[in-house]
Design a protein around this ligand. Structure first.
Ligand code: ATP
Ligand code: MN
Length: 153
């Protein structure tokens, strides 16, 4: 049932808790884990400007080492945690609006389950769900496991 699991991560503590749940499921189901970090183009266009963001969209990530590092740190965290359990992870970086990019990735890569945090980096825990989590839940046809920051790990 669950052969390919998508773990979208923004590198937050909550996403890290979700990773533990994804790893446990992947071990039980013999599933492949795909870790996905989305460079939020709306957020980065404030700091980098639209020209730079276009370069990111075109895949010229090497020109922006800081952006590249945050992306690789986030997906690398998933890969490292999985490696401790003898699992391999495919790491992916995309640029776009996080929720849309996650949904698109799930549709295009035959994902059977999405495992993600209830909240992320901006951590406004007043809201029941972060906006990315909410959008993915609403819009995707794929089952989604939403893991709370305080969930057991
Ligand atoms: P908001 O972004 O609405 O202010 P938030 O940051 O607390 O609130 P979300 O962004 O919805 O909450 O984060 C929920 C989960 O969505 C994260 O734990 C992570 O799994 C995933 N996620 C969020 N942003 C990204 C991203 N840029 N790339 C990949 N996954 C992401
Ligand atoms: Mn967020």
């Amino acid at each position: 049932m669950y052969d390919t699991i998508l773990v979208p991560t923004d590198g937050s503590d909550t996403a890290e808790v979700a990773v533990d749940h994804a790893i446990d499921l992947a071990e039980k189901y013999g599933a492949t884990i795909h870790a996905l970090y989305v460079i939020d183009v709306d957020a980065t266009s404030y700091s980098l400007g639209t020209e730079q963001v276009d370069r990111i969209r075109q895949g010229h990530l090497d020109e922006m080492p800081e952006v590249k590092e945050s992306a690789e740190r986030a997906t690398g965290q998933v890969a490292d945690a999985a490696a401790e359990h003898g699992l391999t992870v495919e790491e992916h970086v995309r640029a776009g609006q996080p929720a849309r990019a996650i949904r698109k990735f799930a549709e295009e890569n035959d994902i059977d389950l999405v495992v993600m945090g209830s909240h992320g980096r901006s951590g406004l825990s007043r809201a029941l769900l972060g906006s990315v989590a909410e959008h993915v839940l609403r819009e995707t046809q794929v089952p989604v496991l939403v893991v709370d920051e305080h969930a057991e790990r």
